[in-house]
Each structure stands twice: as structure tokens, then as C-alpha cells.
Design a protein around this ligand. Structure first.
Ligand code: AKG
Length: 197
């Protein structure tokens, strides 16, 4: 017998909307803005290379090298506040992370397009812990086969853990929201297969 719900895609995420208190999240935002060395990377387009619509940083263990969109990320050392968040994320996820991609959205006109974190160095069924600080932004997940979209409002202090088939079966994005004035920082803690820089 076919169950009516058999075809609905299941999304393997854990959602902790109030993981950090409001004051802890605000404090972490201020400290991370100050302690991280921010980069303005570029991406290739048919018209040539253009700046990414956000600032980024990659921190981690020295051998946690990560290549995405043609950008080879050599890790910067952990900074104090990022290291604290990493330890807390490891405790709740019961796993280890050796790196983090940090994205800084200066306002609602900064964004990230549809993609999945499927690089070989992330391995099969990666656990990725996404910590948000600052202004709330919409996070869309779209199922590859059905096109079903599931959205979250990633408020400051929230934690979304993506697991299982989330990267193989879904894509995700942060759409532009021009009415959002505030700044937002997102940290995605990951385990990448170590390799020499
Ligand atoms: O800013 C976010 O919440 C999403 C970040 C993201 O998609 C990524 O790091 O792959």
C-alpha cells in the first residue's frame, strides 16, 4: 500500500531557535566582527570576476583546507569567540568540527545563491552546524527532485544543524532582502578531511 506521505521529502535538520540568549548572541556578534580578518572574495561570471555579495573568513586547524567555487581557503587560526562557539556546537551535536566558514552579510542586499555543500572533503552525510548572529534572515532549502521549498527565519542566537541527505538532496540559499538594514554573521562549522596546505 502506498502511503499518502511517502513522496513528501524529509529534511534531516535539527533546529534550535533560541540556542544562545539574546545578550550572548549580541556580545558574540560584536566580538566576532572585531576579531576576524575579513576577506572580500570574487567569483567568476560570464562578464568576468565580480565581488561576492558578502565578506568571508575561513578558520580552523592548519590542515583543514577547503576549496569551493574555485577559491582555495587556507585556514586562519581560531579566534577566541569563534573557538568558544565551536566547542558549544560540538557539545550539542556530539561531533567534532575542524573548521568554519564565516559569512558576514553587511545588510539585506548581501546574499548567498542556491548551492549545496557537497565538496569531496566534507565526506558522505556531513554534519554542518550553522550558527546565526545579528539580523534575522530567511534561509531557504529546496528539494532537488520535487522543488519543495522549506524556509527558516535564522534569528540571532539560533542554531540549525544540517545532516544526513541535506547536502545531497537539497540546495540552500540566503536570498536578498533589501528591507533588512542590520548586519548578520553566520558560522557554518564543518569537518573537512585534513590535507597539507
Ligand atoms: O548564511 C547562512 O545562513 C548560510 C551559509 C551557507 O549557506 C554556507 O555556509 O554554505
Amino acid at each position: 500500500m502506498t502511503d499518502l506521505f511517502d513522496d513528501l521529502p524529509t529534511l534531516d535538520v535539527e533546529w534550535h531557535p533560541h540556542w544562545l540568549s539574546l545578550s550572548a548572541a549580541a556580545d558574540a556578534l560584536t566580538r566576532i566582527i572585531g576579531e576576524v580578518a575579513w576577506r572580500q572574495d570574487t567569483m567568476g561570471t560570464p562578464g568576468g570576476r565580480v565581488p561576492l555579495p558578502r565578506l568571508t573568513a575561513w578558520q580552523g586547524e592548519p590542515d583543514a583546507v577547503y576549496v569551493y567555487s574555485g577559491i582555495r581557503n587556507l585556514p586562519q587560526p581560531w579566534t577566541p569567540t569563534v573557538a568558544q562557539l565551536k566547542s558549544a556546537a560540538e557539545a550539542i551535536c556530539a561531533t567534532r568540527f575542524n573548521s568554519v566558514l564565516i559569512n558576514r552579510y553587511r545588510s539585506g542586499t548581501d546574499s548567498m545563491g542556491w548551492h549545496a555543500d557537497r565538496e569531496p572533503e566534507l565526506g558522505f552525510h556531513p554534519v554542518i552546524a550553522s550558527v546565526s548572529l545579528g539580523a534575522a534572515r530567511t534561509f531557504d532549502l529546496r528539494h532537488n527532485k520535487s522543488g519543495v521549498v522549506q524556509s527558516y527565519s535564522l534569528k540571532g542566537g539560533s542554531l540549525l544543524v544540517m545532516k544526513g541527505d541535506t547536502q545531497s538532496d537539497w540546495r540552500h540559499r540566503i536570498p536578498k532582502e533589501p528591507r533588512v538594514m542590520g548586519e548578520r554573521i553566520n558560522l557554518t562549522f564543518r569537518w573537512v578531511t585534513p590535507r597539507p596546505g
